[in-house]
Design a binder for this molecule. Structure first.
Ligand code: GRF
Length: 199
């Protein structure tokens, strides 16, 4: 199966996928990595693995819809079976969802529907929850609202800082991402309303 991964930052989730794809039994390969900005470690990781990259910056476009069309075209060129947002910090638009809405995954660092948005671990800590975690879901038109594929929980410890909790979540998140993407590409999936079924 062909994976296109979108990143905006360090790309440790991308790296976990690249490592998993090195084993032919995994059944997938990363055919391209896209970003919304230059100069990020995620793009370097792709290049180091010999994977082509592309960058589509919002500010190079007349408006957000134009950027969305360009991103959609770039991704479509690589004919992905799955598109994976792994720390991609842009919300895609209607064109992108029309093309990839049933095969665009995002991994988020909270147990949704709690703590959507970009500060999952910080918000979990501030709220005082005792379990945090990560959620893998198919992206819909909302913010962190789409049908859930998998969730993993980790404890919040008494002496946690934002950094220590973030790292504990990311560790579990990477394993979940690799496991779930492997299952999806091997077994397929159906989305019925909010329910994702992997046969
Ligand atoms: C992940 O924890 C993801 O949930 C959050 O940003 C992080 C991306 O990390 N949105 P990385 O770039 O894969 O290291």
């Amino acid at each position: 199966a062909r994976l296109v991964v979108l990143v905006s930052g360090s790309g440790s989730n991308l790296q976990a996928l690249l490592d998993a794809c090195a084993d032919p039994a995994y059944g997938a390969r990363v055919v391209a990595v896209g970003a919304d900005r230059d100069g990020i470690a995620g793009l370097d990781r792709a290049t180091a693995a010999g994977v082509p990259t592309f960058v589509e910056r919002v500010r190079d476009h007349a408006d957000r819809a134009d950027w969305d069309r360009a991103l959609t075209a770039q991704v479509a060129e690589h004919k992905p079976d799955l598109v994976i947002s792994a720390g991609f910090l842009k919300l895609v638009g209607t064109d992108f969802l029309a093309s990839f809405g049933d095969r665009y995954l995002n991994t988020h660092n909270s147990l949704l529907p709690a703590f959507p948005g970009i500060h999952g671990p910080r918000d979990a800590l501030a709220y005082g929850v005792k379990l945090a975690g990560a959620t893998l879901f198919f992206v819909d038109a909302g913010v962190d609202t789409g049908p859930i594929v998998a969730q993993v929980a980790v404890p919040v410890l008494a002496d946690d800082t934002e950094e220590t909790l973030t790292e504990r979540i990311k560790d579990a998140e990477r394993r979940q991402l690799v496991d779930s993407v492997g299952r999806l590409v091997r077994d397929g999936w159906t989305i019925t309303g909010r329910k994702v079924t992997i046969p």
